[in-house]
Design a binder for this molecule. Sequence first.
Ligand code: ZN
Ligand code: ZN
Length: 123
Amino acid sequence: MYDGWTHGVKTKCPKCGSDDCNDTIGNQTVVGIKVSAHVIYCNTCGYRKEELLKDKKTIWAEEHVKKLKCNKCGVEYSSPEDREFAEKMSKSWGESLRSDGIEPTGIAPCPNLTCPGELVVLE
Ligand SMILES: [Zn+2]
Ligand SMILES: [Zn+2]
């Protein structure tokens, strides 16, 4: 199916701005048509975009983002604002827990301030 990946470089993530983001293009034959498959995958926020190109035009595209779920109240957070909140909180929150000798299980605190839960990433 794959003719082999021809190009794989690090790029800047369009979602979180991380440099740890892979940009890969490969040739693929789908139902007898030669197309290019373009995949962006961010190792930091989990953003993934897949698209198929024919003659340099996008003929199909799909974006995946990770959903976050609170491990206490069970609420799912998947809007861009929620993920932005989690990404912003993640570092300082994790550091403050670790400085108290606690290893966080999630990536950020639950945005519901009355909830003691942590946000975990749903695959
Ligand atoms: Zn990212
Ligand atoms: Zn919660």
